[in-house]
Design a binder for this molecule. Structure first.
Ligand SMILES: Cc1cc2nc3c(=O)[nH]c(=O)nc-3n(C[C@H](O)[C@H](O)[C@H](O)COP(=O)(O)OP(=O)(O)OC[C@H]3O[C@@H](n4cnc5c(N)ncnc54)[C@H](O)[C@@H]3O)c2cc1C
Length: 596
């Protein structure tokens, strides 16, 4: 098993040269958050996550979280590591300083979340879920609720859980049945069962604030009739001290394919009719609150995909540099010099770099949307963030799985054996395309909502940006190759988008049939654009002073490789996208059955 090492130089390159981090420093709250400061924080993060959190990755997988005497126990070392995480101030990096946060840019919090996810994804889920609670309470909570709960969750002293799913209500959240009955004193009695609740119970913090979606007695059917409630594990007195235990418990833990250290709980609320919840936001407006809670979570899960791809790369690279097998072009005779192994490594590396740039750009757009003084700029950035979020979530998590699978392949038979740790990477990766809205649902969100938002202003602007860059790149050399591939990918993406926009008005089934491949082609094109921005900056750096030439040349080669080996997918995807639904439904459900 190899130790994770934070890719500080790559992170800094993306921040500085691809997403233009310095624009954020012009915003008032971030005046002091200069690139130097960001670099210092990332440096400390690198030490913390590889030194304290990474060593628990494999032991946590083997030991797993367990339910003992009605209480969840996390694996050895998790509780202490979490304490260090809280004391280090990692939890509230981007949160409101009024409630104990550090008020730094969200993009910086995302970069540290990337480190956490690579070091130990099962551990990282606990703070990630807390973040959802922070966002929901910040946006929709009363002042009293903020005073009571927010600061403790922001600092990490308490954690949060997001409680949506029930056996009959997965993607269709509106089908949930958990009940909330008004008690008459402003509180509600919650009763029902939730499944798959990440860190619904654990022993790492004194309290867990559950955000539970439930239905009032007279609520309209479906998603119009759900409301969101704060349901603390331990009741909180008015002076902020902890009171009695609320009537809720973890009934069992799921046995999973991966993320074994993360307790996935079946939660029961109100077995004794005494589970108290507090409404957050308005009655029957829980869907709105839920979207607030899930929006950043979707980007965070995308970052989890990026984290996995980075870890997979580090594992694959180390093995490829060490394993001697067959006759190779290189002197050392290790498998890294076999063309096919190199192809796989470069596929992981180049797409990981593109994914990092996409996620950080997405996070920066969220920062600008929240903090710009100009209304137009805020609107504009929110639209960009809305457009990019399904791309980050779905493409990066698919990439995490593909990268982990390629890394197993690079290990040969040893990849299938647990001791190298790469099998765990693949097992841990598989959940990310499923939770926080399956990737299929992300694709429907893109074509059904995001393409139509603001009459398509945001995707049109993105395409114009790509076109401008492709035209600005030199016509020859590596960058010329990149420009040509980018222009071709853009042309196909534009045509497919026109097709989508035309079909949206007449045949949603055809749109749905092409949605997943459309999301992929859009993301692959944006990824190619972002790598090209980096390659252009690298070229300028080389011309300027030639310092760090090897690194800068590698950035250019990476963009070229992506242009040659990844961007061509877009033209094939365009064909798949625009085929419509006919062949999907030309066979009956019965004819699809095994014909014995
Ligand atoms: C390890 C783990 C942790 C989790 N953590 C949490 C948590 O903390 N809190 C929480 O509330 N939930 C959590 N979940 C639940 C998770 O969010 C759901 O599993 C997910 O939303 C999918 O729901 P489902 O499992 O019911 O699948 P289904 O909704 O039954 O989906 C099955 C398939 O059908 C497709 N599908 C469904 N509806 C549509 C549609 N309308 N159009 C097209 N395709 C569709 C899906 O894309 C999928 O491929 C967790 C799940 C797991 C496994």
């Amino acid at each position: 098993m190899i130790n994770y090492s934070a890719p500080l130089k790559d992170m800094k390159f993306v921040l500085e040269n691809i997403i233009d981090y310095n624009e954020l420093v012009k915003l008032q709250p971030f005046e002091d958050a200069t690139l130097d400061m960001v670099e210092a924080v990332l440096g400390e993060g690198g030490k913390f996550f590889s030194g304290v959190i990474d060593p628990l990755r494999m032991s946590g997988d083997q030991e797993m979280s367990v339910l003992e005497n009605g209480q969840v126990r996390t694996p050895k070392g998790f509780k202490e590591a979490y304490q260090q995480y809280v004391e280090g101030g990692w939890n509230g990096l981007a949160s409101d300083p009024e409630y104990g946060g550090s008020g730094l840019p969200f993009v910086l919090a995302c970069a540290t979340a990337e480190m956490a996810g690579s070091a130990n994804v099962a551990f990282s889920l606990c703070p990630m879920l807390s973040q959802g609670a922070v966002e929901a309470i910040s946006a929709h909570g009363t002042d009293e609720q903020k005073v009571k709960y927010l600061e403790k969750v922001i600092t990490g002293e308490w954690t949060g859980a997001m409680c949506l799913t029930e056996p009959q209500a997965g993607s269709d959240v509106g089908a949930l049945k958990t009940k909330a009955e008004p008690v008459g004193d402003g509180t509600y009695r919650i009763s029902g069962q939730k499944i798959f609740i990440t860190y619904g119970d654990h022993d790492m913090a004194d309290n867990i604030i559950h955000l539970v979606l439930a239905r009032l007695p007279d609520a309209p059917a479906g998603s119009k009739g759900i409301s969101l409630f704060i349901v603390p594990k331990i009741m909180v007195n008015d002076d902020g001290s902890l009171g009695n235990r609320n009537d809720m418990r973890a009934v069992s833990l799921e046995h999973k394919m991966g993320i074994h250290a993360s307790p996935t709980c079946v939660m029961s609320y109100g077995d004794n009719g005494e589970c108290i919840g507090y409404l957050i936001g308005e009655e029957n407006k829980g869907m709105r609150c839920m979207f607030t809670m899930m929006n950043h979570a979707r980007l965070n899960v995308g970052i989890q995909g990026l984290s996995t791809a980075e870890l997979a790369y580090q594992q694959a690279y180390a093995y490829a540099m060490d394993r001697v097998q067959g006759r190779t072009a290189g002197e050392a005779g290790t498998i890294i010099d076999h063309a096919d192994v190199r192809r796989m490594l470069m596929l992981i590396k180049s797409q990981t770099e593109a994914a990092r740039a996409l996620c950080y750009l997405n996070a920066k757009a969220i920062d600008v949307a929240h903090h710009a003084t100009d209304k137009e700029e805020r609107w504009w950035s929110q639209g960009l963030a809305d457009l990019l979020t399904p791309l980050s979530k779905a493409w990066c998590t698919d990439l995490g799985v593909e990268a982990a699978s390629l890394a197993v392949q690079i290990h040969g038979g040893m990849g299938y054996i647990e001791e190298t740790g790469v099998a765990q990477t693949l097992r841990d990766a598989r959940i990310a395309p499923i939770y926080e809205g399956t990737n299929g649902i992300q694709a429907l969100d893109l074509v059904g909502r995001k393409l139509g938002q603001d009459e398509g202003e945001h995707w049109k602007a993105m395409f114009t940006r790509i076109e401008k860059l492709a035209n600005d790149l030199p016509p020859a050399g590596d960058l010329g190759l990149v420009a040509g591939a980018l222009k071709s990918a853009l042309q196909h993406t534009r045509q497919a988008t026109d097709w989508m926009m035309a079909e949206r008005g007449k045949n949603m089934q055809a749109v749905a049939a092409g949605a997943t491949e459309y999301l992929r082609m859009f993301a692959v094109t944006v990824g190619g654009y972002l790598l090209a921005v980096g390659a252009k900056a690298a070229e300028a750096g080389l011309e300027e002073n030639g310092a760090d030439a090897e690194y800068l040349k590698a950035r250019i080669t990476m963009a070229r490789f992506y242009a040659e080996q990844v961007l061509p997918q877009v033209s094939a995807l365009a064909q798949q996208v625009t085929r419509g639904e006919e062949s999907l439904y030309a066979i009956s459900n019965e004819a699809l059955a095994v014909q014995g």
